[in-house]
Design a protein. Structure first.
Length: 169
């Protein structure tokens, strides 16, 4: 039985786009060295979010705050994880995908090495960003088929609305 955040995922086929899965002091190269001053998501901004998200910093290792710390990931539904090359959260997204896979979870991890954090919101601004939603929706269709071909029941209320392109400014 999953613990922490894992139990909330239930049978919902999680789709994680450049996920923040670790609020602890774990050092990830993409966050602590490579993209410290990233204009879309700097280390200082990440720290600000952590300070405002957690009332007690000692709770950062709780799986509800840091799902990568969960000891019960087995039994979760298939997951889709998208990561970006120029993203401070890249390495922890990849690490979480690896944790899920090592727990026997079917994971589709798609990495976009030339895109920044928040590339989904940059459709129409960065041409290459268009590939993200197209792949996301295509893989989501595969996940839906996978979920419905198993005995799992899927709660469709949690599924996102279709993505629409953003016009250039």
């Amino acid at each position: 039985m999953p613990d922490g955040a894992g139990k909330w995922a239930g049978d919902r086929c999680p789709r994680l786009i450049y996920p923040n899965t670790d609020l602890t002091d774990t050092v990830y190269h993409s966050k602590s060295v490579e993209n410290v001053d990233d204009p879309l998501l700097s280390k200082a901004t990440i720290d600000w979010f952590y300070e405002h998200y957690l009332a007690d910093p000692d709770k950062a290792s709780n799986p509800m705050a840091s799902p990568i710390m969960s000891t019960g990931l087995s039994g979760l539904p298939p997951a889709l994880i998208l990561t970006a090359g120029y993203d401070p959260l890249r390495d922890e997204g990849a690490a979480y995908a690896a944790r899920l896979i090592s727990s026997g979870i079917a994971v589709t991890h798609i990495h976009y090495p030339a895109l920044p954090h928040a590339f989904i919101q940059l459709i129409g601004v960065i041409d290459a960003a268009q590939a993200g939603p197209a792949t996301y929706l295509g893989v989501q269709a595969i996940i839906i088929r996978t979920c419905f071909s198993s005995p799992r029941q899927v709660d469709l209320r949690c599924w996102p609305m279709p993505l629409s392109p953003v016009s250039k400014m």
